[in-house]
Design a protein around this ligand. Structure first.
Ligand code: NCD
Length: 327
């Protein structure tokens, strides 16, 4: 894990794709390249002077069709630290006919010649569709319950920095796997990097076909996290649920909420992660979430900026090269 130089002004080496739409389709080398560049930026971000000039003169547009605080802020900060001009567009979805407006918006923004569009949308597949219509690079900041690649990359960076590797680790992803783009991107990434992945949830919150992705499925929390290196908790995404998936919140916490009692089944030094926003007392006990020895949650947020700087840096400059493949 050799950090990249942080104080020079050379641009990062080019990435072989034009867009970052998902983790699926990336190779172990692609992921390692992004994590290595991110490591350098993690170091930069701990210095007093955090600014580099890799994207001076470039324009990044954050186009968010879904509410977001941490992801949008993280992308904004990342782009600003690279010297780019940043525009934030939050689009209300209440009054629009989705497909039409998405493409119309994309075409309008495209005409303004941005260099990178960072897009979050409530429909799975929508960011792919948009990427086909524009000339700039596109980063998927979360599409429906499909993918959220920068979250999986920041999770991987956090784990790699703490444990030195991803290969051979056992990671239990627990909670609302069915509605989680974070889970899907993490399953792809961890599998590509040689980690073992388990999903732990009630049957109603396990999507079909997980076993075909090489994931070991558990419905018992203690068995599911037994001997795990990492316990990754997920939020119950009630906004994506139609009808009831769990009998009651109280019962859900008792059976699937992470508290010290259940955590006792994992390795004694197992680490806890959560992508945020956290529902304390629903999927995770507040003391466990704030445990400074076991919880990586604060570090995940920190690594988010570094990973997004790396992704922006690697993709910007890739727009016009004819060899750059459309992922
Ligand atoms: C996640 C998301 O939006 O998918 N959060 C995030 O990116 N900070 C997970 C979630 O909303 O629960």
């Amino acid at each position: 894990m050799t950090p990249q130089p942080t104080s020079d002004t050379r641009s990062a080496p080019s990435f072989r794709f034009r867009h970052l739409l998902g983790i699926e389709g990336l190779s172990r080398d692609d992921i390692t390249q992004i994590l290595d560049v991110s490591d350098g930026y993690a170091q930069t971000n701990r210095q007093a002077d955090k600014n580099v000039d890799h994207m001076v003169g470039r324009t990044v547009i954050n186009l968010f069709f879904e509410n977001s605080t941490r992801t949008r802020t993280s992308f904004e900060l990342a782009a600003k630290r690279l010297g780019a001009d940043v525009i934030n567009m939050s689009v209300s979805t209440s009054s629009i006919k989705k497909g039409e407006t998405l493409i119309d918006t994309a075409m309008t923004l495209n005409a303004m010649h941005p260099d990178v569009l960072v897009v979050r949308h409530q429909d799975s597949g929508s960011v792919h569709l948009l990427a086909e219509k524009v000339n700039c690079s596109v980063i998927n900041a979360g599409d429906g319950s499909h993918e959220h690649p920068t979250q999986a990359l920041l999770d991987a960076l956090t784990i790699r920095r703490r444990l030195g590797r991803l290969e051979g680790l056992t990671v239990a992803i627990c909670g609302d796997v069915a509605h989680s783009r974070v889970a899907r991107s993490n399953i792809h990434l961890l599998s590509i990097m040689g980690a073992r992945v388990r999903a732990v949830a009630p049957p109603t919150l396990i999507p079909p076909g997980l076993d075909r992705m090489g994931v070991e499925v558990h419905h018992d929390m203690r068995k599911g996290i037994a001997d795990c290196d990492i316990v990754m908790m997920l939020r119950l995404q009630t906004e994506r649920m139609q009808g009831s998936y769990v009998p009651s919140i109280r019962e859900y916490f008792q059976i699937f909420g992470l508290d010290y009692d259940k955590l006792g089944a994992a390795k004694p030094d197992a680490l806890i992660m959560h992508p945020g926003p956290m529902n304390r007392g629903i999927e995770i006990d507040t003391d466990v979430a704030d445990d400074i020895d076991r919880s990586l949650i604060r570090e995940q947020v920190e690594m988010g900026v570094a990973v997004r700087m790396a992704c922006l840096d690697l993709l910007s400059g890739n727009q016009t090269e004819p060899w750059a493949k459309n992922q």
